[in-house]
Write a protein of this length. Structure first.
Length: 604
């Protein structure tokens, strides 16, 4: 009798536990759904000031679904800011009679690529052309922050701050000696005089060809930057160079008072704390005498989206390719070819989608993956839907491969592009394995059997096959570019060989059609698709994200950030070593990848 009672109690408890778990799985998603996605939209007062405060680095696409929820609720403001959201908020505010001023609070912006900065400065200038004032403030201005601030009517700096404009540089770690000491042999095959991505595995320093090319495109970027920041300020581009060249001496003359140096040089107009600027905002008046009320960019976009209703079903689908281009879909931080293929398929299958805007911000990656995405562009065009590419900070090597066939290619003057070249890597570790007492032996049916095994030395036959494969891939790259861009093969080859170009130079040599940002690219695409202004909407197509992957990505990134020093995280993620760890997955070991990462303001 007592045993039966225990069984009944046990079954009751397990049933209650099961019901509790079931309730959790039902209630929690509903709470998240209604608590996050169905919050009431903010209201925009009749006299408002839009306060734009970008956080972290600039990125091309926000996380979607549950990943977005985790990102917003748990990142504690140290995440990233989406370029297109900033542009949309500023452009909408320009047309909105409720918005009287734009404040750029730039103290949390860590860094951005030059091309992305130009996208946003275009939006700031459009706002200013409407006759509305723009005020910028930061505690310190690094190069990225100052690019945005320089477009304002009034540039304000904290009295304890400074403006640092170090220009651009390319520095890399070289591992040849370390690899030799480990007994590992890295066999590098490449086609292109300037294809230098794999140099750190081959050399102990930068090659003369790489120095020549890097000096050319970083110099071009610096010239474009100086022209950009001086366009609306009381100095010219030459004065920016003088400020950077003489900074150490002038800084010392003023006993380290960087804020006073910036003011004397004309880089800033006023020295004030944010509390003073915010106080002026709260007490400033609009034209009718009413006080202004501040509204943040995210809140403003939410309010705008809530009150807008589309009068048409016509859409331009926006597909983003950001990061390294890789095969498959396992690496969440890559532009995975299988995922991008699905997005293009979605766009083609949707009758409401009239055209595709392909936003590219990628240094390239695997050739097979890049070719898979390029074919999707061609398929979409064959389906009667034009494709226009808008290049962001960089669209180089494999990033250019996927762009070449677009109906039009748009880039900013400081976009990093080109790098038409190919390389391959075959690492072998027979020596360290041999020293550990591990030896490889076996038989094969042909001379090709086991040819590229990593546990024994690469033979001359293997080298011949690999180099021939790389040469063929390069010839295919050049041929495809020549056909897609209606250029001669000889001209493409002369400007290829792995050489990096700025968007301005790329337009001159025919690799790019127009200079401009995503707004101009979208307008051009609408004309190609016979869509009139106001008769279409732009919709970003994103892959669905799973809860387990979102949690895994979030925890991995944040635990790593809390435990490891910043320099070690950068060493793991950036450069050749980080790429080898995460993206060495092309089926044939062939890559169109550019090392086109510039250092600025000590961020890289």
């Amino acid at each position: 009798m007592f045993g039966k009672l225990l069984v009944i109690v046990w079954r009751t408890l397990t049933s209650l536990a099961a019901l509790a778990l079931l309730a959790i799985f039902i209630v929690v998603p509903l709470v998240v759904y209604f608590g996050v996605f169905h919050q009431p939209a903010p209201q925009v007062s009749a006299n408002s000031a839009l306060v734009v405060r970008p956080t972290g680095s600039l990125v091309e696409q926000a996380p979607s679904g549950v990943k977005s929820v985790l990102h917003q609720k748990l990142s504690a403001g140290d995440g990233a800011t989406v370029v297109s959201n900033l542009i949309a908020a500023i452009d909408e505010a320009r047309r909105d009679d409720h918005i009287k001023k734009l404040y750029l609070r730039l103290d949390r912006l860590n860094g951005a690529e030059p091309g992305q900065l130009q996208d946003i400065t275009r939006a700031i200038n459009r706002f200013g052309q409407s006759g509305k004032k723009v005020i910028a403030w930061a505690d310190n201005y690094n190069q990225a922050r100052y690019a945005l601030a320089s477009q304002a009517d009034q540039v304000v700096l904290d009295p304890m701050g400074q403006v640092t404009l170090p220009g651009y540089a390319v520095y890399r770690n070289y591992f040849a000696e370390a690899v030799d000491k480990l007994g590992i042999k890295i066999h590098v095959f490449r086609h292109g005089k300037y294809k230098s991505f794999a140099e750190p595995l081959m050399r102990s320093d930068m090659s003369p060809a790489a120095k020549e090319a890097n000096k050319a495109w970083t110099g071009s970027l610096w010239q474009i930057y100086r022209e950009l920041v001086s366009a609306k300020r009381p100095y010219d581009a030459a004065a920016v160079k003088q400020y950077a060249d003489n900074y150490a001496d002038k800084f010392a003359e003023l006993d380290g008072n960087g804020a006073q140096l910036a003011r004397q040089s004309g880089l800033v107009d006023q020295l004030k704390m944010w509390s003073e600027v915010a106080g002026q905002l709260a007490t400033s008046h609009s034209g009718n005498g009413d006080k202004l009320k501040a509204i943040g960019a995210d809140s403003y976009l939410a309010a705008v989206n809530a009150r807008q209703s589309s009068q048409t079903n016509a859409e331009i689908a926006r597909i983003v390719v950001a990061g390294d281009i890789a095969s498959g879909r396992k690496n969440p931080n890559s532009a995975n070819s299988r995922t991008i293929t699905r997005l293009f398929h979605t766009a083609r299958a949707d009758d409401d989608v009239a055209a595709v805007l392909l936003r590219v911000n990628s240094p390239g990656g695997g050739i097979n993956a890049s070719e898979s995405i390029r074919r999707q562009v061609v398929k979409t065009q064959a389906a009667g839907k034009p494709v226009v590419v808008s290049m962001g900070g960089k669209a180089a090597s494999g990033g250019y491969w996927i762009s070449m066939n677009a109906d039009q290619i748009w880039a900013e003057p400081s976009t990093i592009t080109g790098s038409i070249g190919v390389f391959g890597l075959i690492p072998t570790a027979s020596k360290p394995l041999h020293e550990l007492g591990i030896k490889a032996d076996g038989v094969g049916t042909t001379p090709l059997s086991g040819l590229l095994r990593k546990n024994h030395p690469l033979t001359d036959r293997g080298r011949k096959i690999m180099q021939s494969d790389i040469d063929y891939a390069y010839q295919q790259f050049v041929t495809k570019v020549a056909k897609a861009r209606d250029l001669s093969r000889s001209k493409v080859h002369a400007n290829a060989q792995g050489r990096v170009w700025t968007g301005r130079a790329a337009k001159r040599i025919g690799l790019v059609d127009h200079l401009g940002g995503p707004v101009q690219a979208t307008q051009a695409l609408a004309k190609l698709a016979d869509l009139k202004s106001g008769q279409y909407r732009v919709r970003t197509i994103q892959p669905p994200s799973s809860l387990d992957m979102a949690v895994q990505n979030f925890l991995s990134a944040h635990i790593q950030a809390d435990i490891l020093p910043g320099w070690l995280i950068q060493a793991k993620q950036g450069g050749t070593a980080g790429w080898l760890k995460h993206h060495l997955n092309d089926p044939k070991g062939r890559y169109a990848r550019c090392f086109c990462r510039v250092s600025q303001a000590g961020l890289d």
